[in-house]
Design a protein around this ligand. Structure first.
Ligand code: VTB
Ligand code: MG
Ligand code: MG
Length: 331
């Protein structure tokens, strides 16, 4: 009997686990909406339908949610803006980080790895990152804490990872956003003999891909992307395992001040996964376009198929849900 009680106690810790499954519908619906506009060359339209769909589904959840990582400030983002309250209001107070269409350009071009993403955490436990850039480095699970260091040279990080993995440097692949700002990192990594996967967008996926190199071919993520995307990626790593280090790029007094207003007192702080997403965290991502880990939405004659990864930090469960939706009126 006492064993049963203990098990029940363990299950009730943190967020209600029922919310894990509820989150799947949220990203599924946003992904299907965006997928209808894949390859149409219209980023804005694809983003807008994903935002609308995600908001509709979030508002059905029995939570008193606040968007802390969202589409922007209220005046520039009419929906899912930072501070917006979502959910029915009848439920736990939670913080939400979301990106209804991570990789709008990828979706518009129908290239790999566009995702609909959401993370949910206990109130006050997500870093309220301003919409600035963040320098990031991430690797998958199973490595000691000192293998990567955001302040070390790229070549050194690659060398240390190769050594820790027990492979030659030439068998390491780094994922880097294809941007002019990364010219020096790209040169430095190539000089080591390591391979680079250059991506056009989508560094949430890029970071998550480091957690399963056998499947994705990616060992390490490096470079500068969005800070909101950093918090989302950190939420995923809290659940799957793996390491991320991120530093906000606050290169103007205005950005330093904006970050300070959001609670960032040290502009140079290096954030680890559990400093960006603390406590119990839930995370879901549905593939919009086909990707290295998730398949994109498939429209059939009488059904729509989605592929979602859904994660829970307190149990570290990683679920993949392939869903066939037959009640098409809902979409
Ligand atoms: C990255 C990328 C995102 O923003 O975070 C990027 O992963 C950073 O900004 O998919 P720049 O495009 O200015 O480099 C996105 O492209 C869009 O959210
Ligand atoms: Mg977005
Ligand atoms: Mg994004």
């Amino acid at each position: 009997m006492s064993k049963i009680m203990n098990a029940a106690d363990k299950i009730s810790a943190g967020l209600d686990r029922v919310l894990t499954m509820e989150l799947v519908r949220v990203t599924e619906r946003a992904a299907v909406a965006a997928a209808r506009l894949r390859g149409r060359g219209d980023e804005k339209a694809a983003d807008q339908v994903a935002v609308d769909a995600m908001r509709t589904e979030l508002n059905r959840l029995a939570i008193k949610g606040t968007v802390v990582i969202g589409e922007g400030e209220r005046d520039e983002a009419p929906m899912l803006y930072i501070g917006e309250e979502v959910g029915t209001g009848a439920g736990p107070e939670v913080d939400i980080a979301l990106d209804p269409l991570e990789g709008t350009t990828i979706c518009a071009k129908n290239l790999p790895n566009a995702l609909a993403v959401v993370a949910l955490a206990e109130k006050g436990s997500l870093l309220n990152a301003p919409d600035v850039y963040m320098d990031k480095i991430a690797i998958g699970p199973g490595y000691a804490d000192d293998v990567i260091d955001i302040d070390a040279a790229p070549a050194e990080n690659i060398a240390r990872l190769a050594k820790a993995k027990g492979v030659p440097v030439s068998e390491i692949t780094a994922c880097i956003l294809d941007r002019p700002r990364h010219a020096a990192i790209i040169d430095a990594v190539r000089a080591t003999g390591a391979a680079i996967r250059l991506i056009g967008d989508g560094d949430v996926a890029g970071v998550i891909h480091t957690t399963d190199p056998e499947e994705t071919g990616i060992d390490i993520y490096m470079g500068i992307g969005g800070a909101p995307e950093g918090v989302l990626a950190a939420a995923a790593l809290r659940c799957i395992g793996g390491q991320i280090q991120g530093r906000l790029i606050l290169d103007t007094p205005e950005k330093v001040e904006r970050a300070a207003r959001m609670g960032v007192s040290d502009p140079n702080k290096v954030y680890r996964a559990d400093e960006m997403a603390r406590g119990d965290v839930l995370f879901a991502a549905t593939g919009v376009t086909d990707g290295n880990m998730l398949s994109g939405v498939k429209f059939g004659r009488n059904s729509i198929t989605t592929h979602t990864i859904v994660l829970r930090s307190s149990s570290r469960t990683v679920r993949e849900i392939k869903a066939r939706h037959q009640d098409l009126d809902k979409f």
